[in-house]
Write a protein that binds this ligand. Sequence first.
Ligand code: GLN
Length: 486
Amino acid sequence: MSQELRYATIAQLTTMLATKQVSAREITDAYLDAIEVSNPKLNAFITITAEQARAQADASDARIAQGEARALEGIPIAIKDLFCTKGVQTTAASHMLEGFIPPYESTVTQRLYDAGMVGLGKTNLDQFAMGSANITSYFGNVLNPWGENLVPGGSSGGSATAVSANLCAASLGTDTGGSIRQPAAFSGIVGLKPTYGRCSRYGIIAFASSLDQAGPITKTVEDAAILFEIMAGHDEKDSTSAHHEIPHVSNMLEGDMKGLRVGIPLEYRPDGLDAEIAAMWDHGVEILRARGAEIVPISLKHTKYALPTYYIIAPAEASSNLARYDGVRYGLRVHEAGMGIDDLYECTRSVGFGAEVKRRIMIGTYVLSAGYYDAYYKKAQRVRGCIINDFREAFEKVDVILTPTAPSAAFKIGEKMDDPVTMYLNDVFTVPASMAGIPAMAIPAGLNKAGLPLGLQLLGRSFDEVTLFKVAAAMERDLGFVRLKV
Ligand code: GLN
């Protein structure tokens, strides 16, 4: 029974709770037991909040007994350790913030708690969300349960493994250039990066503020819709959060595809695209065509500039955001008797940040420096404008765009580590949507010959997550992907 509970979706668990087939406490205990067994190997969680989770589950059971269940009552969720959680250590997987206990709660996690979520703990990630394989964490790498010594993708690797290994009903991630979608693809699960501004960034440790978005990582499209409806919405604590109405998507997933125009961008099929990924993409196209959609070849001309410009803009913003970790205000302080303030900054930052974070800070500081600002940062901003325009023009002709999520399946620990650029190429299909701020969803499409999951990505118009959900739900039914049962 406890095994079967762990495989269930949020929607199924909610029904089981409502019909009193199971209690929130039983579900929570099933996950906590599994975490205890698996986490020493998979390393998906940095902090496990077992006691808090049990108390929340008991409170949920009391509410259910009184007929006062809320939308997410008693559902155990894992939280990426980039969301500040009041009274619970929040590290961003860095030594810098080890032991940091925020005095406040992020808006997104607060909304989920207010809806009845049970918080199982804080999941591992690439340090400060910088990475694509979850190998830059101060707390060690995360493993993908789909194979031996396999990376889960990154940066939300702990959140992805927590879902794919059935250690939670769903999890929260953040996505700056692909950190929800790429690990979802590597792990055979669903990941949504909402439109920039949909979910409040308040209380999320900032990486690149013009790109960061919170989103759900789930077993099904329906579960992603359930979480999205709760997480999204304007927040006066985040001036970039949007005033758009939140659609009720979870009950409108049955949709007709007739008249739907699906764009297939030429630039996402470079010479040398992995043949199995190309075949999976073609299969996705056929599914939509068979459902009556019109397939439209499109061009997104500036696609090849997206990755290089991302690796100027994201480090630039990171170097500014991470300036606050100086040994004075937060977390780690390296200080010896007689040390002046400059030495304190320098020693704290050199000990507190990992190599990848330092690389980004140096690149960012360089491209923002007086002599190079125009040549790099300003130019990158202009190119970003061209990328946004490409999508704007494309969405005059199509309603949704279908692409692969990542250029490869999950790889082994140690691979792609020879130089940083090889690692950065993982994000080639996810970064453009981040640069444009549009919503994007990864869904599991099938397995390659090695038995590893491959993902497809749907891109939509700004604030049109509804179309993404509808198309993704239909494709999910036709693709018939079988989730891992471990
Ligand atoms: N892999 C990308 C990077 O390292 C994206 C990370 C993210 O989305 N947080 O910047």
